[in-house]
Design a protein around this ligand. Structure first.
Ligand SMILES: Cc1cc2nc3c(=O)[nH]c(=O)nc-3n(C[C@H](O)[C@H](O)[C@H](O)COP(=O)(O)OP(=O)(O)OC[C@H]3O[C@@H](n4cnc5c(N)ncnc54)[C@H](O)[C@@H]3O)c2cc1C
Length: 397
């Protein structure tokens, strides 16, 4: 097995940029990045990676940023790249690897995740959508909710109940579903920002080929856990350059508004902004340290540290930026509320503040992150779970 150094990876990335050009189109650039093994460096050769330590991905990103390459995975295909890629790589067949992986990375196929249901968000293992086998196909009926990007997705990761007679975690199966299949209806849900990032998805006699199963029948919870662990790292594992991202929105608001404040308020606000800047830097360095120590493979429950910390910090930052705006923060851009003709509102402070309310819910709530960290990282006694051994069909709903 080849051992790669920081220098090798830097050189390979520079060669890629020279060859394709920093301003090449998204699909062209990312397809070449995939072929060069620089897409997800820990993946096997021929599958977007080089089998190299995950920490070297930071070197690729540094070089891409320095050269002005602007294709950001978490904007292009956040669910596909953050969660679809590792799940399909871990459980998919060679045929799936061949047809699906690269197109996820290039953003040619957008993906969504269909786990949550109207009565089953935190308790996703209790979900009720059913799949019944019919020869070489499965027939799905039920409803999903909060499905981000379903309206633009080519494929979805679907968790459904295939056996109601066994305890809830054991009766689930996991499928890849073509979102253009007959019987799928997608209805937008509008958020307080005025946008509709997510949807309700209804399944009526939707037929999915058996070959689209990931893992075994009844093994869906294990596959879903891989998706969820990767989701937490995708949401909480950002290592944007120092002082950039959300904290930059706060510091630039501070530069404009701070000097206008009365002396006493100026001083207390300055302390608040400085404290948040320091916390952002601590989180960035902690994430870099976690990345440097990570090994090849899927993340474990420790990924919830970054998700919990970044969600709560992000809310405090936007909250402070809104306080700096004072009464002006109550004004909203065109596009709010629900002015669909005006399109999405711009990246304003008020929009950032409203959007950040979702941070402690999406990808698992902060309460659930604390449960995971308490039980699976710190080894504290578990939450009370009275339905764990009861057949799903006998659990009162
Ligand atoms: C912007 C956004 C995008 C989303 N995108 C997707 C998506 O693409 N795909 C998808 O499948 N889902 C998605 N979700 C759904 C998300 O995963 C769920 O909203 C989340 O898991 C919480 O579930 P719930 O809304 O049903 O709340 P509930 O589970 O009903 O929780 C209600 C409250 O009870 C608390 N609670 C519940 N159980 C416990 C417990 N055991 N211990 C302590 N407290 C508890 C929760 O913390 C919460 O405060 C998205 C949500 C948002 C906000």
């Amino acid at each position: 097995m080849t051992t790669y150094t920081d220098r090798d990876i830097r050189q390979r990335t520079r060669d890629l940029i020279d060859e394709v050009g920093a301003d090449a189109g998204q699909v062209e650039f990312r397809s070449a990045q995939w072929d060069a093994g620089l897409a997800v460096i820990q993946y096997p050769e021929g599958k977007g990676g080089l089998g190299a330590p995950p920490k070297l991905q930071a070197v690729v990103e540094e070089e891409l940023q320095a050269a002005g390459v602007r294709h950001d995975s978490m904007v292009i295909n956040p669910i596909g790249i953050g969660m679809g890629l590792p799940t399909v790589l871990t459980y998919g067949s060679d045929q799936m690897h061949e047809t699906l992986l690269e197109r996820i990375f290039t953003g040619e196929d957008i993906w969504c995740q269909m786990f949550s249901e109207p009565s089953h968000g935190s308790d996703v293992a209790g979900l009720a959508s059913r799949a019944v086998r019919d020869g070489d196909e499965w027939v799905v009926n039920g409803q999903k909710v909060w499905t981000s990007l379903a309206h633009v997705s080519a494929y979805g990761m679907l968790l459904v109940r295939t056996d109601p007679d066994v305890p809830k975690h054991r009766g689930l199966s996991y499928f890849i579903v073509d979102m253009r299949s007959p019987g799928i209806e997608i209805r937008p849900l509008y958020q307080i920002t005025g946008e509709a990032e997510f949807n309700e998805v209804f399944f009526t006699d939707v037929r999915i080929p058996h070959e689209n199963l990931l893992g075994d029948v009844g093994d869906g919870w294990r596959v879903a856990t891989t998706t969820l662990m990767n989701e937490r790292v995708a949401l909480g594992g950002s290592t944007a350059p120092r002082g950039s991202g959300t904290i930059a929105a706060l510091t630039s608001t501070w530069e404009k508004r701070g000097p206008e404040l009365p002396e006493r308020q100026y001083r207390s606000m300055r302390d608040r902004v400085a404290r948040l800047w320091i916390e952002s830097e601590i989180l960035r360095l902690t994430t870099l340290r976690a990345r440097a120590n990570s090994t090849v493979g899927n993340p474990g429950p420790e990924g919830s540290v970054g998700k919990l910390a970044s969600a709560e910090l992000n809310q405090r930052i936007w909250d402070t930026a809104m306080d700096l705006l004072g009464a002006e923060g109550m004004l909203h851009d065109p596009g709010y509320p629900l002015d669909r003709a005006a399109g999405p509102s711009s990246g304003s402070i008020s929009k950032g503040f409203l959007r950040s309310q979702a941070n402690t819910i999406e990808g698992g709530t902060s309460d659930i992150m604390r449960n995971i960290l308490g039980e699976r990282v710190l080894g504290l006694p578990g939450d009370v779970r009275v339905d764990k051994t009861v057949p799903w069909k006998d659990i009162p709903t």
